[in-house]
Ligand binder design. Structure first.
Ligand SMILES: Cc1cc2nc3c(=O)[nH]c(=O)nc-3n(C[C@H](O)[C@H](O)[C@H](O)COP(=O)(O)O)c2cc1C
Length: 210
């Protein structure tokens, strides 16, 4: 790889993987680590990752994911779950996230507790739909970090949201009050050549205000 743009351009939505090729465990750990350290709004890390390697479960997930072959042909299937109940203003998770950072004074601590409480209640009203929207947005940061980290090692991926969200959640046995499926990302090695990348021109995308 020459530079970061080469890495970004190597990444594409791979439609089918070579199911004979497996990602080495240290390479997969590197991909997960890139996801784990991703940025998040207010530092709440509104995600959990599930790695699905069970072939029978993958077949079932594929059936409710537009029958997309990436799900069953990939080497490793990551499903990012968006947190819901954990990011409500009075949750233990939020308290734990606050408490893990040392505060200099009790007043500083109280100010941070109040900041989180007000921020969450004012913006999301402890409403599952609004919380999911927020959480889901945050899940895209580990998603792209993991895909680009994979590309830096010559590993392919495909972001997938072409699925029946509730059905995938049921197959993963998740409690819908606690989590919703945000995005699935199969990782592996491409079977076919990378197609041409279509993107808008820089002039069309960027407006400069001087
Ligand atoms: C949130 C999201 C969901 C997507 N869902 C799917 C999907 O279900 N199946 C698929 O083949 N590609 C999916 N894509 C890939 C896009 O179609 C693809 O990124 C886009 O067409 C640009 O192509 P490229 O990524 O190959 O450069 C998704 C992309 C994103 C960001």
């Amino acid at each position: 790889m020459k530079n970061y743009l080469d890495i970004i351009n190597f990444r594409h939505a791979c439609k089918i993987f070579d199911d004979t090729k497996k990602i080495k465990s240290e390479d997969f750990d590197f991909i997960l680590e890139a996801g784990r350290v991703s940025p998040s709004s207010t530092g709440l890390e509104q995600w959990d990752f599930v790695v699905v390697q069970n072939p029978a479960l993958r077949e079932k997930i594929r059936k409710v994911s537009w029958d997309q072959p990436q799900i069953t042909t990939c080497s490793h299937l990551v499903i990012i779950l968006a947190k819901i109940s954990d990011i409500k203003s009075d949750s233990k998770y939020v308290a734990d996230m606050i408490n893990r950072r040392p505060d200099k004074t009790p007043q500083e601590h109280e100010a941070r507790v109040n900041f989180y409480k007000n921020f969450i209640t004012e913006n999301f009203k402890d409403d599952d739909e609004l919380l999911f929207q927020w959480s889901h947005e945050q899940c895209m940061y580990p998603a792209i970090n993991m895909m680009n980290a994979a590309a830096s090692l010559g590993i392919d991926s495909c972001p997938i949201e072409g699925f029946e969200r509730e059905e995938v959640g049921k197959l993963l046995n998740i409690d819908p009050k606690k989590h919703r499926v945000a995005i699935a990302i199969p990782f592996g090695y491409r079977l076919n050549k990378q197609p041409v990348k279509y993107r808008r021109t820089m002039d069309d995308v960027v407006t400069w205000i001087n």
